[in-house]
Structure formats: structure tokens, C-alpha cells
Ligand binder design. Structure first.
Ligand code: SAM
Length: 251
């Protein structure tokens, strides 16, 4: 890992840990949509939001609502990479009666602790969920079973070496399975030097790829880019749903 990657890793972990510990909200003066307000703006179902215990949704940072897509795919096993406080994990288990297990991985011990606290309010759903502290930059260092669906809701652009990441991720996606990424895709080149600043990576822009770069990395890892659906354009990026499959041999 080079020096920039180490600095980025540390900055991300400190930022997300700190967001959890600041009583008045580290981000209260910053215009970054988050929490229940963001969940509502992204059209997460009110039926799920209303059951959340007070305060448990305050540090949600999803990029989009993945539930309609996940429900249509009806996976039996899910791996949520960068799961934060496990809100998507809980919502998936609540929405998919056939789901057998969901594993959520995140680097922030504080976000995971909040996730465990949330799950204590939902013991039946919690039986299917395991949360683990894992650095996504070193996925091959952990023993993780392959899953039918891998979700990355706002965590992909925070990965420094995306080629290495995809190589390590590919074996974790079951044959015939789907990788769903919700993140920003570049619609224009970023200003020169922009991505050399760690701070510009923290909110998912500095590490964004354009669609051609995305396709190359995916196909080089032996996976197939099915489609990129633009949800919202905010040039020089677009908030997107990216669907990737691990095709069966012969397809
Ligand atoms: C934008 S937040 C999204 C969180 C969650 N998916 C949600 O919807 O609230 C990005 C998440 O990625 C996690 N993350 C960033 N870098 C990571 C890494 N190297 N390994 C594991 N998790 C990481 C952060 O801790 C944070 O929880």
C-alpha cells in the first residue's frame, strides 16, 4: 500500500469513527445530506423507516435506495461491503423472507458498534446478520464465503486500488450472482490534481471512475458489466446504479 492509500485509509476511518462519537454531530454545519432525511429523500420505504429506534438512522450515508433492485433479484445470501450502521442489512432481511444470511463488512468499529446496537432491537432479523470489521483494501486476508449478491452502497469510490480490489472481490461473488454498486461515475474529467488530495476522496468524488474505466476493470476481473443506470446527474459526476454479473460459463 503506498503512502497516499495509507493516508486515505486512516482519514476515512477517523472521519467515520468521529461522525459516530461527536454528540452534536460532526457534520451539523456541513451541507451533506445524511440520516433519516437522506433515507426519505432517496425513497426508502416509510414502513421500514418508521420502525427505527430514535437516533439509529442518524449516520446513514447511502448513495441510493437499493431495495427495489435487491427485492427483484431475491438473493438468498448477501455481502454488504461498507455496510456502515447496518441499515441496508436490516432492511434487506426485513424485505426478503427467503434471505438466509447477510454479512456486513466495514472498516469503522464505531459504525459497526452502532449497527450492533440497532440490531439488538430486531432480534429475529439479527439472527441472519453478521457484522465484521474488515478493510476492503485487503479482502483476500479474510475468510469470507461467496454470496449471491454483493452490495456496495457508497463505498466503492473510497477504494484506492480498484484493480486489486476487483481481483479479490470476484471470488466472493457466486457464479450467476450480482454485484450492485451505488456510487458516482464521472461524466467529465476532474480538474487536474483534484484526485491527489485525500480530502477530495472522502465524499466519493476523488476516487470516481468514468464508465469506460469502470467497464475495463470489471471485465479484466472476469466479471460482466450489465448496465449503468444514471439516477441523478450533477456534472462532473452522475449518481448511478451499476449492475455487474458473474456470468455462468458459456453465457
Ligand atoms: C458513504 S458510507 C456508506 C455507508 C452505508 N453503506 C450506508 O448506506 O449508510 C461509506 C462506508 O464505507 C466504509 N469504508 C470506507 N473505506 C472502507 C474500507 N477500506 N474498508 C471497509 N469499509 C470502508 C465507511 O466506514 C462507511 O461506512
Amino acid at each position: 500500500m503506498n503512502n497516499f492509500a495509507k493516508q486515505l485509509n486512516l482519514a476515512l476511518r477517523q472521519m467515520y469513527d468521529k461522525i459516530c462519537s461527536c454528540e452534536d454531530g460532526l457534520l451539523s454545519p456541513v451541507a451533506i445530506d445524511r440520516g433519516i432525511h437522506l433515507l426519505k429523500n432517496l425513497s426508502y420505504p416509510q414502513t421500514l423507516i418508521k420502525d427505527l429506534p430514535p437516533g439509529s438512522g442518524d449516520v446513514a450515508f447511502p448513495c441510493a435506495n437499493p431495495l427495489p433492485r435487491i427485492i427483484s433479484l431475491a438473493p438468498k445470501t448477501i455481502l454488504d461491503l461498507g455496510c456502515g450502521t447496518a441499515l441496508d442489512a436490516l432492511f434487506c432481511v426485513s424485505s426478503l423472507p427467503e434471505l438466509q444470511r447477510l454479512k456486513g463488512l466495514d472498516a469503522s468499529s464505531k459504525l459497526l458498534a452502532k449497527g450492533e446496537e440497532l440490531l439488538r432491537h430486531f432480534p429475529a432479523e439479527a439472527e441472519k446478520i453478521t457484522l465484521l470489521q474488515v478493510d476492503l483494501n485487503h479482502l483476500s486476508g479474510y475468510r469470507i464465503e461467496a454470496s449471491e449478491l454483493i452490495l456496495m452502497n457508497g463505498s466503492f469510490n473510497l477504494i484506492y486500488d480498484k484493480v486489486k480490489f476487483f481481483t479479490e472481490l470476484a471470488p466472493l461473488l457466486a457464479t450467476g450472482g450480482t454485484l450492485l454498486i451505488y456510487d458516482f461515475i464521472l461524466t467529465e474529467a476532474l480538474p487536474p490534481g483534484f484526485s491527489n488530495e485525500v480530502d477530495n476522496w472522502l465524499w466519493n468524488i476523488g476516487g470516481a471512475l468514468n464508465s469506460a474505466e469502470f467497464k475495463k476493470i470489471v471485465t479484466d476481473a472476469g466479471l460482466a458489466l450489465v448496465e449503468i443506470n444514471e439516477i441523478e446527474r450533477i456534472d462532473p459526476v452522475a449518481r448511478c446504479e451499476i449492475i455487474i454479473s458473474h456470468e455462468k460459463r458459456g453465457n
